[in-house]
Write a protein that binds this ligand. Structure first.
Ligand code: FES
Length: 625
């Protein structure tokens, strides 16, 4: 992370995209017609103020909350919300990069355990060169293949091959046209294909981590487990909201929307498959296994299952065990007999991505009292003590991903990801190094930590009152248009980037949800935060935060030595990668999901009191600059 004084960010801004809006057309439709998906963080409810676009001409009259989100000057300049329903005249409209789903973004791909695990693939291949039948050797085609298969795989002599009816109907002709030689593809005793030529070395699997915000994937050699290519994209479901509740609300009881969401997701997955195959120089039909791990909602939407019951008490998922479907049911461009393996979920909102993170961190195999925390849009926690496992989810809110923050944004180009008060100025680390456009979760934590460190913020989360002539950094405080206090992070002629008191409250609530969740989960096991031996922080977010400030705001329990905090990176992707090439990992994932006891924190005694107490930042003595 490279910090620069706020006056030194002078790279040219990223170019905006311009589209033409037809009379009566919605901005979303006009953008889609031009090949762009718009990010709609609040699902187009007009609540977040993030879908900002600028009319070059014919700007319609401001409506709804546009007067709240934009200054007079901005309204005058044509700024409006893309989600406001209106009938506008024909106009050219500029779409800034932060409103485009496709704009470059920072996605954590590396994770703990990426390399360490052994493979045990479900699918095997062998090139078989067989004798043609004669009067003395007239056994059936399938037995002939089976005999050659056993010769190639002596360890599988007990395995009888079976075959699907469609393959059986064409097998004889294929054997003869290939002069009884070719590559047998076998999955757990089932002959999937008899490919022309020797393709025994071409045996691939793909692993997908379906995050709420991002999709990350890896293409692997099933025999060695080596990663041949990887891909990362924004989750296209952002168009229906940036948190799972917005998406559940959009899909609940609405089969057309549910189908549209599944189609958008599968289309993106297909594109990622094609991109990875192209990068690795492999044929898509040599991909035989795709493993998916996502939070519970994402797995429902992938499968086209109505997630409505997840949106209301008692938050019941449609499935909990892992399940397998033919990839052709999803229309994915891989081998026609490839299977999709969808990870098991633990319960409620604790989904397959958490199970995958447990796999990657060998969570079950470690010693001592271990806690895994994934601080995404929803916070997931898993505790291990002895041979027992407990899990819970907390409504951490999307502040850690820059959402519901007035100038918040995802960890994309232009996002402030680090803040340092030094030499009487604010130094910023900006993703991509250019002009700051907003602040992402790690930047907000850094700022909050710096404000606590210097006494700009007290332990209750209140900013000081602005005072004339106050020294730095209090000199950066001022009153906003509504009379609230805000901190000026970055000033420029095109507008300031500020962090408001309400933004601090959002972060405080998210942190409190995780702190309270940890305390209550530990209490359920008869433990307290001081008993913790290891804290794993999973998810991309954990890899970008400064430990010092994560402790200062209470995200990491007080007194936990830094060497006992383990940054696990994208552990979910690491876990699902392992499962894509190992039957043992799949079995372990199922067993872990079954063993973890899911706790609904809202039913734990003292939930409300613990949460309220956790909203206070830990005691820290402000120090000097
Ligand atoms: S205000 Fe338009 S998507 Fe939130």
């Amino acid at each position: 992370m490279q910090y620069r004084a706020d006056s030194a960010h002078n790279a040219p801004p990223d170019p905006e995209v311009m589209i033409t809006l037809q009379p009566g057309e919605s901005l979303q439709s006009a953008a889609a017609r031009s090949g762009h998906d718009l990010s709609m963080p609040c699902g187009g409810q007009g609540r977040c103020g993030k879908c900002r676009v600028r009319f070059a001409e014919n700007a319609p009259a401001p409506e709804g909350r546009e007067g709240h989100f934009f200054s007079e000057a901005q309204l005058e300049a044509g700024w409006r919300l893309a989600c406001t329903p209106r009938s506008a005249k024909e106009a050219n409209v500029f779409l800034p990069p932060e409103v485009l789903v496709s704009s470059p973004h920072q996605i954590m791909m590396a994770g703990r355990g990426s390399q360490a695990h052994k493979t045990a693939p479900r699918v095997s291949k062998a090139f078989l060169s067989m004798n043609t039948p004669t009067a003395d050797d007239s056994e059936s085609d399938l037995l002939r293949i089976e005999r050659a298969w056993h010769a190639a795989h002596p360890d599988r002599r007990k395995e009888s091959l079976h075959v699907s009816l469609p393959l059986l109907q064409t097998l004889g002709a294929r054997l003869r046209s290939q002069s009884f030689s070719g590559t047998a593809v076998v999955r757990e005793g089932e002959l999937l294909d008899f490919e022309e030529g020797d393709t025994a070395d071409a045996l691939y699997a793909v692993a997908f981590d379906l995050g709420t915000t991002t999709l990350a994937a890896a293409l692997l050699d099933m025999r060695s487990g080596a990663v041949l290519a990887s891909a990362a994209e924004m989750n296209p479901l952002i168009t229906w909201g940036d948190d799972v509740i917005s998406r559940i609300t959009a899909a609940a009881g609405n089969s057309d929307t549910l189908k549209a969401m599944q189609a958008a997701l599968l289309k993106k997955i297909a594109r990622m498959l094609e991109a990875m195959a192209g990068e690795a120089g492999i044929a898509l039909q040599h991909i035989y296994e795709i493993a998916f791990a996502g939070n519970t909602t994402m797995e429902h939407l992938l499968c086209g299952v109505d997630p409505a019951p997840l949106g209301q008490v008692p938050f019941v998922s449609a499935f909990s065990r892992s399940h397998r479907y033919a990839a052709r049911h999803f229309g994915l461009p891989v081998h026609s007999e490839a299977e999709c393996h969808v990870f098991p979920v633990i319960g409620g909102f604790v989904g397959g991505d958490t199970v995958a993170a447990l796999l990657a961190t060998d969570f079950d195999a470690g010693d001592g009292i271990r806690l895994l925390m994934d601080a995404g849009t929803n916070g997931e926690l898993v505790l291990a003590h002895g041979d027992r496992l407990w899990a819970a989810s907390t409504a951490a809110g999307p502040a850690f991903e820059g959402a519901r923050i007035s100038r918040g944004m995802r960890a994309a180009r232009g996002a402030v990801e680090g803040v340092l008060f030094r030499e009487n100025t604010v130094s910023l680390a900006v993703i991509g190094g250019g002009v700051p456009r907003g602040i992402c979760g790690s930047g907000l934590i850094d700022l909050c930590g710096e404000m606590l460190r210097t006494g700009v913020l007290d332990k209750s989360g209140c900013m000081c009152s602005p005072e004339d002539g106050a020294p730095f950094p209090k000199s950066r405080l001022r009153y906003d248009r509504q009379g609230g206090v805000e901190f000026v992070l970055y000033s420029s002629e095109s507008g300031d980037i500020t962090v408001t008191q309400q933004d601090i409250r959002e972060l405080q609530l998210g942190t409190a949800a995780l702190r309270a969740g940890m305390t209550l989960l530990l209490r359920t096991a008869g433990l307290s935060p001081e008993d913790l031996d290891v804290l794993f922080i999973a998810g991309g977010f954990g890899s970008y935060i400064r430990m010092e400030h994560a402790c200062r705001i209470g995200l990491i329990p007080e007194g936990l030595a830094p060497e006992r905090v383990c940054i696990a990176g994208n552990a979910a992707l690491s876990g699902v990668k392992w499962a894509s090439v190992s039957t043992e990992a799949c079995a372990l994932a199922d067993s872990l999901a079954r063993r973890v006891m899911h706790i609904d924190l809202s039913t734990v005694p003292d939930f409300a009191e613990t949460f309220v107490l956790a909203t206070l930042f830990p005691d820290t003595e402000p120090d000097t600059l």
